[in-house]
Design a protein around this ligand. Structure first.
Ligand SMILES: Cc1cc2nc3c(=O)[nH]c(=O)nc-3n(C[C@H](O)[C@H](O)[C@H](O)COP(=O)(O)O)c2cc1C
Length: 161
């Protein structure tokens, strides 16, 4: 099954997990980059990112090329922001909904505390599905590197094979 991992990462945790999963299952990677970068420091980081997530914004993305018709599965990866999935993923879903609806859809979320279940539920609603083929939650996999998280990522890869 050919998989495209579509992800956004502000501080590298989702990127870390996305790369490990891509290696583990032999998937391609598509990193979404908003035209206007989100602040990545201090209070501004939480204020602007949190507000954008709560408002359900769809920020414009830098151009990317991906032939979605070449993939059987889309695996979304995102950091949890204010118990929501991150806005660049919202943009991608809105731009490609008809193309992704007939594919297998899976997702993973990275968080530091809580809210991932709500965020995953909101993404399911945005895509219009009741369940993901597979889903996983990782705790700051890059910042808090641990054997357990790496094992969890490996277990997720086995579910996706
Ligand atoms: C704007 C903002 C809001 C966040 N909201 C949450 C949250 O609701 N729950 C949580 O557990 N972590 C929250 N976090 C922490 C990130 O989800 C977490 O550190 C994640 O691993 C970061 O992934 P990244 O390095 O790929 O950006 C938030 C971070 C930011 C910047």
């Amino acid at each position: 099954m050919k998989t495209l991992i579509v992800y956004y990462s502000l501080e590298g945790n989702t990127e870390y997990a996305a790369r490990k999963i891509a290696d583990g299952i032999g998937a391609d990677l598509l990193r979404l980059v908003p035209k206007k970068a989100y602040a990545d420091k201090g209070l501004a980081k939480f204020f602007w990112g949190g507000k954008s997530a709560v408002m359900g914004e769809k920020p414009a993305l830098e151009p990317y090329s991906a032939d979605l018709s070449a993939y059987d599965r889309i695996l979304f990866g995102f950091p949890v922001w204010a118990s929501n999935f991150t806005p660049p993923i919202r943009t991608f879903v809105a731009d490609h909904l008809p193309e992704i609806r007939d594919k297998q859809i899976a997702a993973f979320a990275c968080q530091s505390g809580g809210g991932a279940e709500k965020a995953l539920a909101k993404l399911r609603r945005a895509v219009g599905i009741d369940t993901f083929e597979a889903e996983a939650v990782f705790i700051d996999p890059k910042q808090k590197q641990s054997r357990k998280t790496d094992d969890d990522i490996d277990a997720f890869c086995r579910k996706l094979k």
